[in-house]
Structures are given as C-alpha cells and as structure tokens.
Design a protein around this ligand. Structure first.
Ligand SMILES: C[S@@+](CC[C@H](N)C(=O)[O-])C[C@H]1O[C@@H](n2cnc3c(N)ncnc32)[C@H](O)[C@@H]1O
Length: 284
C-alpha cells in the first residue's frame, strides 16, 4: 500500500488508464508528480488514506463514482485560459472570418458558435465581445455562443463570469472598461449584456454533440489527446458543423500534421488553423 507521498508506477498506470478511458486525455509518465499532487487534494477532501483507496472508489462505480467524477475530472484537467488569447486569431475572427460567416448565413440570419473545451469561459465570452462589437453588421441576427467542457468547476466559473487580472490582461483598457465591472482588487465581473450571450454545458469531446454550429473553436486541448482520440474529436466536431462552416484549430492543436485529411473528407484545409466543413456526410 502506498503512502500519500506519490503514486507508485502501478497506481499511476491504473489512474491514467481510468483518465484516458473517461476523457481521452493521455498522461505520460513524466507527469507522475503532477497527477499525484492533484489527486492528493481529492484524498484529503474525502479523508482517504491511500491512492489505492481513491482508485478503488473510482473503479467501484455506482453512486460514489457519480459523486466523485466531477471532482476527479476537475482535478485532472489543465484549465489555463484568458480573454483574447492569441490576438491575431481575434483580429482574423472580427475581420475576414466574420465576413465569411455572415455570407454563409445571410439567408437565415443566425450564427451559432461553439467554444469546444472552453475552460472557465474566456474564449466563449471573447466571441461574445467580438460579436457585440460587430452588432451593426449583425442587426436582426440570432446569435448563439455555447461553451462546453468536462470540468464542472470551470463551467461554474464560466457561468459566474467573474475573472481576475490575469484573465483580462490581454484585453485593451477600453475593452475592459466597456465589458467588465471592477468589483474588487483583482476581480472583474462581465457585464450582463456579454454574459447573457453565452451558455455553458458539460460535454465530453469524445462524444457527439447534438447541436449544429457554423464556427467552432478548438484550441489548447488536442495536445492532451493521442492520435485515435484526436481522430474521434475531429469526426465528432465535423458532425456538429453546418456544411460550409469553419473550424479554428489552435497552433498547439494541429490537425493536418497528426491526421491524414484523406480520412476526413468531411473537412478540408482552408488556410493555417482554419478548416471548412464540406458537404460530405460525417461518419459517426
Ligand atoms: C487549456 S484549456 C483550453 C481553454 C480554451 N480553449 C483556451 O484555449 O483558452 C483545456 C480544456 O480542455 C478541457 N478538456 C480536456 N479534455 C476534454 C474532453 N475530453 N472533453 C471536453 N473538454 C476537455 C479541460 O477541462 C480544459 O478546461
């Protein structure tokens, strides 16, 4: 039986397999100390003595697992995010990409955008801020912004819409003034007009999404997945896109260099980071 110090290699294997099976997140051996630290907090919260006790609780399933799973997923995920992450993307979004999306949906006048793996919501709300800034062009349009994640902790933070200085550090002063209310030394609350534009829900990228989107952001998450999971994620995302819709895959989430696009006729490469949903029916 191990002490609370560190997962043994065997325990690490058991736990990381459990993580992989649930989330598709692949954790290499060099992260043993990190995973140990994160799980130690759960042991303390549950007053358990050993990592094996904790693993047994997870493996047993049933109501104990149902209760623990949200905490477990929140503990093992990395949730770094902030507003206007990658300034160039947001310039592109507010310019060329939005023009293309408006052309695509001119008839229906509705635009649905998905921040897939949204963490605490900064990405989805950055979309809301950009759409709000383009409100003249989008007059009379129905706008939907959805953020999804597997960590219920970050989803709660997203719904709350309160951020620290770090999260808004890439917003210009005027954007901070217009879109946030300073409510404390290091606390910025999103204004209601922006907060009400986005909704958040639990979704595992391993599963199919039921709704359909015209633009999907997939950033800073694919690096946690192995190749089979990456393929599953791309298929699931493509299946949730309108033909002609666009996918933005971040620079650490390359699709073309890890997957052979010939196997994915439902998407085509357009330009760096951008893919378009083709008319080919998606495989499920
Ligand atoms: C580093 S954050 C990226 C946040 C945001 N996209 C950005 O670029 O700022 C990665 C997020 O992916 C989520 N995640 C990891 N595996 C996932 C899965 N299988 N399904 C959905 N979300 C997942 C994590 O919970 C985490 O919040």
């Amino acid at each position: 039986m191990s002490t609370l110090q560190q997962l043994t290699p065997r325990e690490f294997k058991l736990v990381t397999k459990f993580i992989y099976d649930r989330t598709g997140i692949f954790i290499p051996e060099e992260k043993l100390a990190l995973v140990s630290n994160r799980l130690r907090k759960r042991l303390r919260a549950l007053k358990l003595e050993t990592f094996m006790d904790y693993y047994d609780l997870l493996a047993k399933g049933g109501s104990a697992l149902d209760e623990e799973l949200p905490h477990f997923l929140s503990a093992v995920t990395t949730n770094e995010t902030y507003f206007f992450r990658n300034t160039k993307l947001w310039e592109l979004f507010s310019g060329d990409l939005l023009t293309r999306l408006i052309e695509l949906k001119e008839k229906r006048k509705s635009l649905a955008i998905w921040s897939a793996a949204c963490s605490s919501g900064a990405e989805a709300y950055t979309v809301s801020i950009c759409l709000n800034e383009a409100k003249q062009k989008l007059k009379g349009w129905r706008l939907t912004v959805v953020g999804t994640d597997i960590s219920s902790r970050v989803l709660d933070q997203a719904r709350e819409g309160i951020y620290n200085e770090y999260a808004v550090s890439k917003c210009s002063d005027s954007r901070v003034r217009v879109n946030f209310k300073k409510i404390g030394e290091d606390q910025y609350q999103l204004r209601d007009n922006i907060r009400s534009m986005a909704t958040f829900k639990f979704h595992n990228l391993r599963d199919q999404m039921k709704s359909t989107f015209d633009f999907v952001l997939l950033r800073n998450v694919m690096m946690y997945f192995d190749t089979p999971m990456k393929a599953t994620v791309v298929r699931n995302i493509a299946a949730a896109m309108t033909p002609g819709g666009l996918l933005y895959a971040g620079d650490v989430d390359p699709i073309r260099s890890t997957l052979d696009l010939k196997d994915f006729p439902e998407i085509e490469y357009v330009q760096p980071f951008i893919y378009r949903r083709t008319d080919v029916a998606a495989k499920s």
